[in-house]
Design a protein around this ligand. Sequence first.
Ligand code: ADP
Ligand code: ADP
Length: 217
Amino acid sequence: MGEFVILLGAPGAGKGTQAVRLSAELGLPHISSGDIFREHLKKKTQLGMLAQTFMDKGQLVPDDVTIEMIKERLLKPDCANGAILDGFPRTPFQADALLEFLAVIHGKLQMVAYIKVPAHILVERLSGRWTCPQCGRVYHISHNPPREAGICDDDGSTLHQRPDDLPETVENRIAVYHQQTSPLIEYFQKLALLVEVDGSLGIDDVTEQLLSKARGS
Ligand code: ADP
Ligand code: ADP
């Protein structure tokens, strides 16, 4: 039976950064809906082209295609023991679909970790985020810089800023989060699955909080 962990939080809260670490510590694959959309975009698939029209504006990709894409991913053999979900679900409808799906595959939702970060910190994190277009590794210009400025430590690619991290789109993404995703906090609270961690602390401190919650529950 698989054990699933959801990382919930606003854009820039640190979900991706922490998902990579939890994945290594807990031995579960890191499934990022945003990364999968960006892979499709790179390959110019039909789904990628559709997703881009929403991502560019900082809007959510429609639930039906997002849910199908994630279900397909979770059925791959590497998710047999569970997964760390980063960026999915993002709406109550997606959460309903996930719970239904987990019931069918006999997966257990071990915890939903809400990484809480004040708004002004989010903007500062997103505006300093640099990403490797090749492997997806995420850096921050001052909090988590690469060894050599502008170059990925892992594969030597030139880092770039995601187009949706530019200031106009960031504002919209945070507003979309408040409207469409933040109701999930109460949603999972009611199911007694929510744990909250202080995401304003340093990267290592946040990892420590998450691991102690994951191991304690
Ligand atoms: P999300 O996946 O929630 O959008 P990321 O993990 O991509 O967030 O983090 C956003 C930016 O903030 C990145 O540049 C990352 O390096 C940086 N970051 C993540 N966690 C922290 C932290 N605890 N303190 C400082 N910077 C952080
Ligand atoms: P962040 O790391 O800032 O939270 P993501 O990489 O998770 O951003 O997502 C980037 C974009 O991909 C979102 O703004 C949205 O357009 C799309 N996206 C990602 N996950 C979902 C989802 N679960 N539902 C709908 N759209 C999504």
